[in-house]
Ligand binder design. Structure first.
Ligand code: IVH
Length: 665
């Protein structure tokens, strides 16, 4: 085959594959069978391999992923990626509308209402019709370059449609989402592979699309909706609706769910209809967005702070569902605390099947008067454990008997003791449930971070008596792990390596990993910074601990008791003899935020709440949850809550994510 013919055929094949990708993933209207598509794709791959001089980054063959990268590059955005003013209450949309009307001086106001997609915001830039790059929102000015990963998403065109007039350069904003069904499937696979599952489709989308190896992104159930034209080199469309139609004509995926509205009532109707559709759509949406249709009016109105004045996100209230609760079981946690858990007829709450919900403690069960067989209302808000909020009474129904906590531990049979609101099994590690819980905690992300030691593995290790104590973990060999269900040589070696690597754990994480009652991540850091070596922490007296401002009596007592316990000491000695060597945490670095109290509010882009907290504390600062006169800074992320008002009231300096990042360096 001549080079010229090869080039021509390659071009034809690329156009054909792009066209069929668009029909399949963009329009949901495939025209050819999967096998016919595969033939086109493979022929293209074959020719590109034979004629590598015609390879380009935007060939549809790049959909299978590129070489992994060490870290994601930074990308400066074309225009600052702003966030939206947001609220749940109806009167907020009314005041949004009236402020728009007064600012617009009696001009006719038209809104476009759209779903608020609950995913990951992305900027796509096309030059000469080809995808140049894709970047996450980041701090609004600079994001992470996820081009290779986005190229694997077939709903994102690599080349814009020639049919519409292709602009020289265009920047659009959209949301990357994971389908609910795809999310459930992915989680099942992750659990099967001993990986931690994702809490919801948004986390799954954000976690997977920011991976370093794009080959792992290819084939994931990710999708996109483009909802804003950010910049265009040619003449701008006059309205948002025209802009959306234009994006669609270029082959970019937009939603059909949009509505022109001229009043708050229209917006209310749209919100209601979306709320009704919410459960049947295969994507998470968490509200609606009202946007002014006229783009020049948008420019006149401009922005306030980090949000445009011309748009408003009106969120749905937290999700709740009613279901029957057919049993109450009692779970024993790692510290021996017993928690009543409601077993439910499975109910789908926003794409996540819920079959258990916490009832917190016995007093709560009595206060809510919940009995086996009752119908109950369950709430799931964000990433927190679902909880039973209330009983839903049913007329004339005969009810079960009131709930009471067992007198004996459901796992080991030891008599239960009561401490305040808590019921506790005092058996410690000889109680299997506590041992399993302790092991899971020991391996968790904030402790030893042994990623592959999931729930199923832990269960088997305890059940088969391979572990009677945390220290046993370090003595297990690759061969031992190979005996476990679901393990082969490679996976057993990986787990073994991760455990061995955990031996040089930072001191604060090690203290936390031990699972001492009342000692969370923050206290563990305080202890690590104060004592600087594990030996000193271990031998600390009540007197020494009482001089540390942040350690209360209860925690001090618990630390002394823990290290005074014979069994704990034997276990720790064995860990040390296996080579566990907790690393001191530098004091100098730790002083940077000494004496500074910081409160976090809203969503940060680059940090989870606990990461930001960890960083503040690692630098010697305090991260507290409510604003007071003692607060030095409030870090306000997207959608800040009432803490922002509290900060103004207390004259607390408010900083954004960028400033926070500079501060923690
Ligand atoms: S418009 C200037 N439209 O909601 C704001 N955002 O802050 C431009 N979102 O991070 C965004 N659905 O990622 C817009 N139909 C929609 C949206 C939407 C979801 C996200 C966006 C932003 C977040 C709120």
């Amino acid at each position: 085959m001549s080079k010229d013919n090869a080039r021509k055929e390659i071009e034809k094949l690329r156009d054909a594959v792009n066209y069929h990708d668009h029909l399949y993933y963009g329009e949901n209207k495939p025209k050819i069978s999967d096998s016919a598509y595969d033939r086109l794709f493979h022929r293209l791959q074959e020719l590109e391999e034979k004629f590598p001089e015609f390879q380009t980054a935007n060939s549809p063959t790049s959909r299978i992923g590129a070489e992994p990268v060490g870290s994601l590059k930074k990308r400066r955005h074309t225009t600052v990626m702003q966030s939206l003013q947001a609220a749940i209450e109806t009167d907020t949309i009314e005041s949004f509308d009236s402020s728009i009307r007064s600012l617009a001086h009696k001009k006719k106001i038209e809104y476009v209402a759209e779903p608020k997609f609950d995913g990951l915001s992305v900027e796509l830039v096309y030059t000469k019709g080809e995808l140049e790059y894709a970047a996450t929102r980041g701090d609004g000015r600079t994001g992470e370059d996820i081009t290779n990963n986005v190229r694997t998403m077939r709903s994102v065109p690599l080349k814009l449609n020639g049919g519409g007039s292709v602009p020289e350069r265009i920047a659009v904003r959209g949301e990357i989402l994971m389908t609910k069904t795809g999310f459930q499937k992915l989680n099942r696979e992750r659990v099967g592979n001993n990986k931690e599952s994702f809490a919801n489709p948004r986390n799954a989308a954000a976690g997977t699309v920011r991976q370093l190896d794009s080959k792992n992104v290819a084939g994931l159930p990710l999708d996109i909706f483009c909802y804003e034209l950010l910049q265009i080199s040619e003449k701008e469309p006059e309205t948002h609706l025209e802009a959306l139609d234009f994006l669609k004509s270029l082959g970019l995926k937009t939603t059909r769910q949009r509505q022109l509205c001229s009043s708050v009532d229209d917006l209310l109707d749209f919100r209601e209809s979306m709320a009704k559709k919410r459960e049947s759509i295969d994507f998470d949406i968490d509200g609606i967005v009202a946007k002014i249709n006229n783009r020049s009016l948008r420019n006149e109105l401009g922005s306030r702070g980090r949000s445009p004045r011309w748009a408003f996100a009106w969120k749905f209230p937290p999700r709740q569902e009613v279901t029957r609760q057919f049993d109450i079981v009692v779970q024993v946690g790692r510290t021996g605390i017993l928690t009543p858990v409601a077993l439910l007829e499975p109910v789908d709450i926003g794409g996540v099947t819920i079959s258990r919900a916490t009832l917190h403690n016995e007093d709560e069960v009595h206060r809510k008067d919940i009995r086996v067989g009752d119908n109950v209302r369950i709430a799931r808000a964000g990433d927190v454990i679902p909880e039973v909020i209330e009983r839903v009474p049913e007329k004339g129904k005969k009810r079960g008997t009131p709930f009471s906590m067992p007198k004996k531990c459901p796992s080991c049979g030891d008599p239960i003791v009561r401490e305040g609101a808590y019921h506790i099994c005092p058996a410690g590690l000889s109680c299997r449930a506590q041992l399993e819980g302790r092991l899971r905690h020991f391996a968790s992300r904030s402790a030893c971070n042994i990623e592959t030691l999931g729930g199923k593995t832990t269960e088997q290790l305890v059940e088969r008596n391979m572990i009677n104590d945390l220290a046993d973990l370090f003595g297990l060999s690759v061969e031992d792990f190979m005996q476990l269900d679901g393990y082969a040589e490679k996976s057993a070696k990986k787990l073994h390596d991760q455990i061995q690597n955990a031996k040089n754990i930072p001191l604060d994480r090690f203290i936390y990993a031990l699972g001492i009652r009342h000692i969370g991540e923050h206290m563990a850091r305080v202890l690590a910074h104060h004592f600087e070596s594990f030996d000193k922490v271990r031998s600390a007296t009540l007197e020494q601990l009482s001089h540390i401002r942040e350690i209360g009596d209860e925690s001090a007592q618990s630390i002394v008791e823990f290290f005074g316990d014979k069994r704990n000491n034997e276990s720790i000695d064995r860990m040390l003899s296996y080579g566990v060597n907790p690393q001191p945490v530098s004091r100098k670095k730790a002083q940077k935020l000494k004496g500074t109290t910081i409160v976090l509010t809203g969503e940060l882009d680059k940090w989870t709440r606990s990461e930001a907290k960890q960083r503040i504390e690692a630098l010697g600062g305090r991260a507290t949850s409510s604003v007071s006169d003692n607060t030095d800074y409030l870090v306000a992320g997207q959608n800040p809550g009432s803490k922002l008002d509290a900060a103004r009231k207390h004259n607390v300096k408010v900083i954004d994510e960028k400033e926070f990042e500079n501060m923690v360096g």
